[in-house]
Design a protein. Structure first.
Length: 291
């Protein structure tokens, strides 16, 4: 009887694991997109991504999260207007994922334009380490690869891990990078912090998101669009410890396989007796750029 119960429990576990593939964060959708990018005719791309966008729109937590953000960014905006804005957000999200897969699988590089090229050239040419602080927007994978190809300087891109274990394994196994680009995942906070500090001291560049927190990562208080928020403390602590500048950098999607790279003026977390005040000033500068 115990053996039968064990076998039934095993079948149940396998069924649940298989069904998990079809959740919003499940691996099936990544696998399906990769298959479509490689096999579907070019002229069907927009139709397929329209379907993909509708699936995103049906994802309740994601839709409600974007609506809540829009109410903060655009106070007084109408809910029906924000619903259309949510669709546009999801539409751009679908295209950026598609462009990233197309780059990995077919080496198709989109068109780029630059804002703040003087800051980009300074970051590229000055000796010593630096931190690229970016946001969870656009295609930061494409942006990191573009920077690595242009500058030839060693760069480490830190990414948040995928929520679903199968999706995480799939994505980590398909990382396509330039020769001078290394990708690491923020799943080992203490060990990774030391590795990043040593990389900065060797003169390398760290690219990390400054608007997304993950469990177990220390945070700092911030204000975004008048609302209280928490931002990851790691980039600012690294800047203070290694005494390197922070360059705000954003990837903005303009249209079909077309992006804008926006690089802001650098700032640094000053090492003073009042560490909290130094962090507060740096976070305030970052939130202004992010807004």
């Amino acid at each position: 009887a115990a053996a039968v119960r064990g076998e039934e429990a095993g079948r149940y576990h396998r069924a649940v694991t298989w069904l998990r593939r079809f959740r919003p964060h499940g691996v099936f959708w990544r696998q399906f997109l990769r298959w479509a990018v490689v096999n579907v005719p070019y002229w069907c791309e927009a139709v397929l991504l329209s379907f993909w966008t509708l699936l995103f729109l049906m994802w309740g937590p994601g839709r409600r999260g974007v609506m809540e953000n829009l109410r903060a960014i655009l106070p007084g905006s109408w809910p029906i207007a924000n619903l259309f804005r949510v669709y546009r957000v999801m539409w751009n999200f679908a295209w950026t994922i598609d462009d990233n897969v197309r780059f990995k699988e077919l080496k198709v590089v989109p068109d780029w334009e630059f804002i703040g090229r003087e800051h980009f050239e300074r970051m590229k040419n000055e000796p010593g380490g630096a931190i690229i602080l970016t946001a969870h927007m656009g295609s930061y994978d494409l942006g990191a690869n573009l920077f690595a190809q242009i500058s030839k300087r060693p760069i480490v891109m830190v990414r948040a891990p995928e929520i679903d274990p199968q999706t995480r394994q799939y994505e980590e196994g398909r990382v396509a990078t330039a020769e001078s680009l290394k990708v690491d995942f923020s799943t080992r906070a203490n060990e990774l912090a030391l590795d990043l500090l040593h990389a900065l001291q060797r003169g390398e560049i760290i690219a990390i998101q400054g608007d997304r927190i993950t469990p177990g990562i220390s945070t700092l208080p911030a204000t975004l669009f008048g609302k209280k928020a928490r931002l990851p403390a790691g980039p600012f602590a690294l800047s203070m410890a290694a005494r390197v500048p922070i360059y705000p950098l954003f990837i903005v999607r303009l249209g079909r396989r077309s992006y804008r790279l926006v690089v802001g003026a650098p700032f640094q977390v000053e090492r003073t007796r009042d560490r909290a005040a130094g962090f507060e000033r740096a976070v305030a500068q970052w939130t202004r750029d992010l807004e």
